[in-house]
Design a binder for this molecule. Structure first.
Ligand code: SAJ
Length: 419
């Protein structure tokens, strides 16, 4: 394989395209969004991810990465487009369908097509295969078809693309083997070969496992608040057990993966997934719980001003998709509170109530709410923040502040998961 066409230049497609290009392949990166294509061709990138700007620049300057709005003949095609969840919790497969359709006129004998987008079980065989076969070529005979999910963690995408284990599921063994040969261009992690539907389930199972375990941690936090203990201390001790690893409670689960993917399993077997569905409900209820903590904390304050710190779905990334922090801000506003939100990573003015600096958020406020544990907030101290506030109340949903110090400074300090 010498030439690969990557469809979708988002959080996964762009790093993947740049990685292939900097490992000797000729790459055509395709995005239907004209402004993304223009930005990349003007030397800019539309995604904030450690090291990505330099890698994309290297790929473009080398002449091995071309960016355009439609695919062209290649040896391999990689589909890395979004698969969001619809309001009814079913997968929205329109982007995958459109990407597969756009490949059809260019598909040739012996090509390999790999779907990377997180998808409900059987998507590769039941949705993508019939579309590609409109070319007149037969999958498994005339061309190869595989599913290989991305498993990288935002914030560590470039390292994890190379180092993580990779699973490649083919519609037949030759397809899986061809996928392995392609990704060996840069993947150093172990590569497991299987069938396409198993590979789809592997991806969904990984994220569902995490979601259900975070739900368990959140449920423990709610119980702790009612039983007079500190869940963080209890978890810390429990995690000394060699076979226990409780995850972190927080204001909810966000991002475009963990809060979405469990629904793709539920969609495949609604009656057999009560645990997965319960986990989703527990995590989805956390923003409302945080709002309850804030409301109780500011009882008695006249027209309280709430300073929310952190808007992204998790620490040290710029991504606000499905962010529980944004949900909390929205709910607080619906409750009639005046809210100022500050995030050093999210783009400017994601929300109308967003302010440009920590100082703007905190000055004259009555309650500080930590919603994302950005590194930049590690250095917050009660001595620095207290004098700026009108009322000294802090609600920490991530356990990222030194509470004793804030209490000693005269703050009413509330920690999620501690009564
Ligand atoms: N969260 C908690 N408690 C925890 C861990 C996370 O509340 O203990 C929250 C985070 O704050 C965030 C959400 O969960 O809102 C998801 O964050 P994450 O770091 O767990 O996961 P993502 O969505 O950034 O990336 C996940 C990863 N999947 C797994 O770890 C199984 C990543 O490897 C996948 O590639 C990615 O989903 C994806 O694209 O599917």
């Amino acid at each position: 394989m010498r030439k690969v066409c990557v469809l979708g230049l988002g959080y996964i497609g762009l790093p993947t395209a740049a990685m292939f290009a900097t490992h000797g392949l000729q790459v055509v990166g395709v995005d239907i969004n004209g402004s993304v294509v223009d930005m990349l061709n003007n030397g800019e990138i539309h995604i904030e991810e450690v090291g990505l700007r330099a890698l994309v620049r290297e790929a473009m300057v080398s002449g091995r990465l071309a960016v355009q709005s439609a695919p062209e003949r290649s040896d391999a095609f990689i589909i890395a487009v979004p698969t969001p969840v619809r309001a009814d919790k079913a997968a929205d497969m329109r982007a995958v369908t459109a990407a597969a359709e756009s490949i059809v006129p260019h598909l040739c004998r012996d090509n390999l097509v790999v779907l990377e987008s997180t998808s409900p079980p059987r998507t590769t065989v039941d949705l993508v295969r019939p579309i590609l076969e409109r070319s007149g070529l037969r999958a498994g005979e005339d061309f190869l078809l595989a599913y290989s999910p991305e498993r990288v963690l935002p914030g560590r995408i470039l390292e994890e693309l190379v180092e993580n284990a990779r699973v490649i599921g083919g519609i037949n063994p030759a397809s899986a083997e061809a996928g392995r040969d392609l990704y060996l261009a840069f993947v150093q992690g172990e590569i497991s070969l299987t069938d396409a539907t198993t590979a789809e389930m592997v991806k969904l199972m990984e994220n569902t496992y995490r979601d259900v375990n975070i739900a368990l941690a959140n449920e423990f936090a709610l119980v702790a608040e009612q039983t007079g203990i500190d869940v963080w201390q209890a978890m810390h001790i429990a995690n000394h057990h060699p076979r226990v690893h409780i995850l972190q409670p927080g204001p909810g689960v966000g991002g475009h993966c963990i809060a979405v993917d469990p629904w793709f399993i539920v969609q495949a077997a609604p009656a057999s997934t009560p645990l997965i569905q319960a986990g989703r409900k527990v995590n989805d209820a956390m923003p409302r719980h945080v709002v309850g903590l804030v409301k109780r904390a500011v009882e008695g304050c006249e027209q309280p001003v709430i300073a929310c710190l952190g808007l992204t779905y998790k620490a040290n990334v710029d991504d606000i998709r499905q962010s529980p922090a944004v949900e909390v801000v929205r709910m607080l506003q619906e409750e009639g509170f005046q809210v100022r939100a500050y995030d050093p990573y999210a783009g400017a003015r994601v929300l109308p109530c967003q302010v440009a600096s920590l100082l703007d958020a905190v000055t004259g406020s009555d309650c500080l709410v930590i919603l994302t544990d950005h590194r930049a907030f590690d250095s917050l101290s009660p001595g620095q923040i207290g004098p700026l506030m009108r009322t000294k109340i802090v609600v920490d949903t991530r356990n990222c502040l030194a509470h004793e110090a804030w209490l000693e400074d005269g703050f009413q300090s509330i920690l999620l998961g501690k009564s």
